[in-house]
Design a binder for this molecule. Structure first.
Ligand SMILES: CC(C)(COP(=O)(O)OP(=O)(O)OC[C@H]1O[C@@H](n2cnc3c(N)ncnc32)[C@H](O)[C@@H]1OP(=O)(O)O)[C@@H](O)C(=O)NCCC(=O)NCCS
Length: 334
């Protein structure tokens, strides 16, 4: 807001379409909110303008890009240029005189962004904002990171709510944080309760939100493509995959019985060490996730015991907590 001209009305005349100017004049809110609305429009129009220029070679002025909220308040970019196949996904956030926007284009694309000012005083919000197991994730962090990560978790919920297009309307617990990776700045979230009623197709899917911090603010952003959201597979699905894979691997081994969840890899199926390594590599590739198989194999070797397919499935479930390989879905905040 510091860089807004003294007369925001002048800026509004330059960048807003006639419809937006009417909206700007009718916004009944405190001056701070009116300015942040205008600032959000500046950021959003610039994000869409740059995106369409770089991706489509279109050269548009700010006023040609009209930001229109849908019935839920989710911003959409429209104009004479827009067509169903040229519909950028857009998200806006503002806090304490700063606005940010994120735009992306592609079939089924959704984006969400949020920022929160560190200096804005808010104490004791965790008990309402987070469920006990979410607070447990925070409690597992070193003490000096907890305040920062509480804010990032809040910010992540808002970004996810915006990407879904309904904000936090399903309730704070409905966007449920299941994992935080403080090293990578990553937060994973699943839908519960009211949010699942709104989006049943997202059951058992993990949404990854990237967060970042700089001196005054924390930020969060999510970009995902419908249909490309990576599933966190359930135990049964993993077991089915392992049985099918082992069926393939052992097809020409003259093993008399069908491979069962209780089958033991080495004594029953006749695995040799290299077969186990081949299987483990195939599993990692299938799930795009490195897992500590070397440690598992060393452990069963030391204990001189065998490994059942059931036990192997449990190991895979335990190490598929999240999708580090979800780069096809979510990208870092640029
Ligand atoms: C959408 C929401 C998360 C925004 O959070 P906020 O802290 O108030 O404000 P932010 O600065 O982060 O974001 C504001 C922007 O979100 C966007 N937004 C509003 N509703 C949205 C929706 N349903 N989907 C996506 N984006 C939305 C708007 O672009 C808005 O900016 P604008 O009004 O200047 O265009 C929040 O207002 C919300 O959840 N609304 C739903 C209603 C509700 O139940 N609120 C109670 C929550 S405790």
């Amino acid at each position: 807001m510091d860089s807004l001209p003294d007369e925001p009305g002048r800026l509004a005349n330059q960048i807003l379409s006639p419809g937006e100017q009417a909206q700007w004049l009718s916004v009944r809110a405190v001056e701070k909110r009116r300015h942040e609305w205008l600032l959000g429009r500046c950021a959003a129009k610039e994000a869409v303008r740059l995106l369409l220029e770089r991706r489509m070679g279109l050269h548009l002025s700010a006023a040609e890009i009209e930001i229109v909220p849908d019935p839920f308040g989710c911003p959409r970019a429209e104009g004479a240029w827009s067509k169903p196949e040229l519909q950028p996904a857009l998200s806006i956030a503002h806090s304490q005189g700063t606005a940010v926007a994120l735009a992306a284009i592609g079939p089924g694309m959704s984006v969400g962004i949020d920022l929160e000012s560190r200096s804005h005083r808010r104490e004791h919000y965790e008990s309402i904002a987070f469920r006990p197991d979410e607070r447990g994730l925070l409690a597992g962090l070193p003490g000096d990171l907890r305040e920062e990560w509480a804010l990032r978790m809040w910010c992540a919920k808002e970004a996810a709510g915006k990407a879904l297009g309904r904000g936090l309307s399903a309730g704070l617990g409905a966007l449920h944080i299941t994992r935080i990776d403080a090293g990578a700045g990553r937060i994973e979230l699943e839908l519960r309760d009211g949010a699942l009623e709104q989006f049943p197709r997202l059951r058992d899917q993990v949404l990854t939100i990237y967060t970042a911090g700089e001196s005054k603010f924390v930020f969060s952003a999510i970009i995902y493509q419908q249909g490309a959201v990576r599933m966190k597979p359930g135990r049964q699905e993993i077991l089915d995959y392992l049985l099918q894979k082992l069926g393939e691997l052992t097809a020409d081994w003259d093993y008399p019985d069908p491979v069962r969840p209780e089958s033991l890899l080495f004594t029953e199926l006749g695995f040799e060490s290299l077969d186990a390594v081949v299987l483990c590599t195939a599993i990692q590739e299938h799930y795009h996730t490195p897992m500590p198989f070397a440690e598992l194999l060393a452990e069963i070797g030391q204990q001189q015991r065998d490994l059942s397919i059931n036990e192997l499935a449990g190991f895979v479930v335990a190490h598929l907590g999240g999708p580090p390989g979800a780069e096809n879905v979510s990208r870092r905040v640029q």
